[in-house]
Write a protein that binds this ligand. Structure first.
Ligand SMILES: Cc1cc2nc3c(=O)[nH]c(=O)nc-3n(C[C@H](O)[C@H](O)[C@H](O)COP(=O)(O)O)c2cc1C
Ligand code: SF4
Ligand code: SF4
Length: 270
């Protein structure tokens, strides 16, 4: 069973491709995470847990979901991370999670995908050409990863240095608390009241009131699902998103077949 969370489609792509190649099922965890649904998940084949990287770790809400949910049947657990190029201590935390759950940790794989953290003050969004290259490179790497899992081999991710753990373990909780606020979210008049932002939020932070999204909590995971998936680009985060092209994997799927981008007439660059 391939278990995944994905905000903007990168991890969904990897998970679905692995499922196809392993003749297995890809299970989207977003609904279970939203509903706090922790009933056991059974798999006869190894568990392959696919996750994006948020601030050098897997999303905390995903770790919490996995910590609370019994994984029954096959006790092998592989982990696959998609990131903008630095997966930090994700593999270390994955191993620790597997050990706590008495699963057999079978290693992790890293996929360098287009970065989706639109509100980063350090990393600007990638140019179209770079996005296409990354997607093609990941597609080319997928068969080898799938073959290794099928053969029961251990996946080998990059070495994680001690200093990375010493820096990240105390740093990330502070960053999450101080930087992942919701007060800077706003919605423009382009909003068509479709409700997609509300339905797509893994933490149920958004509620539609009078046809417009309202952020209910003071903090969220900054997963970018609301901003990036709004069909008309109506969600802004302060000035950090203004004039920036929105990213989601499906917009660039054409790169896999060498085709041309599909026109997206409705979405404004804002
Ligand atoms: C809150 C947040 C933090 C992120 N932190 C990192 C990071 O530490 N390192 C990195 O390489 N990419 C980082 N990224 C980029 C994502 O890991 C990457 O784009 C991922 O493939 C997104 O997956 P998805 O499309 O399945 O949601 C971050 C993205 C978000 C939204
Ligand atoms: S996804 Fe965009 S258009 Fe739809 S309700 Fe949310 S802000 Fe409005
Ligand atoms: S409010 Fe937006 S960025 Fe925050 S968790 Fe929900 S979908 Fe993600």
């Amino acid at each position: 069973m391939i278990l995944y969370f994905s905000a903007t489609g990168n991890t969904k792509f990897i998970a679905e491709e692995l499922a196809r190649r392993l003749d297995d099922t890809a299970l989207d965890l977003r609904g279970k995470i939203r509903d706090h649904e922790y009933s056991p998940v059974r798999s006869e084949k190894p568990f392959v847990i696919c996750s994006p990287v948020y601030v050098c770790e897997p999303p905390r809400f995903l770790i919490e979901y996995l910590r609370r949910t019994p994984l029954v049947g096959n006790q092998d657990a592989y982990f696959v991370f998609t990131s903008g190029g630095y997966s930090g201590i994700s593999a270390f935390l994955a191993r620790r999670l597997a050990q706590k759950k008495h699963l057999r940790y079978r290693g992790s794989a890293d996929f360098k995908m287009p970065r989706n953290y639109l509100i980063s003050t350090h990393y600007p969004p990638l140019e179209k050409d770079e996005i296409e290259v990354r997607i093609r490179e990941c597609a080319a790497k997928l068969p080898e990863t799938a073959d290794m899992i099928r053969r029961g081999e251990t996946l080998r991710s990059r070495h994680i240095w001690l200093w990375e753990k010493l820096v990240t373990l105390p740093f990330t909780p502070v960053w999450v608390r101080l930087r992942q606020g919701t007060k800077d979210f706003s919605v423009t008049d382009a909003c068509i009241s479709c409700g997609k932002c509300e339905c797509g939020c893994p933490l149920r932070v958004i509620r539609i009131e009078n046809g417009r999204p309202v952020w209910q909590s003071r903090s969220c995971a900054h997963c970018m699902a609301c901003i990036q998936n709004c069909p008309v680009g109506a969600i802004e985060y302060g000035k950090l998103t203004q004039g920036k092209e929105r990213y989601r994997f499906e917009k660039y799927r054409y790169a896999l077949s060498g085709g041309k981008p599909a026109p997206a007439p409705q979405e404004s660059k804002s």
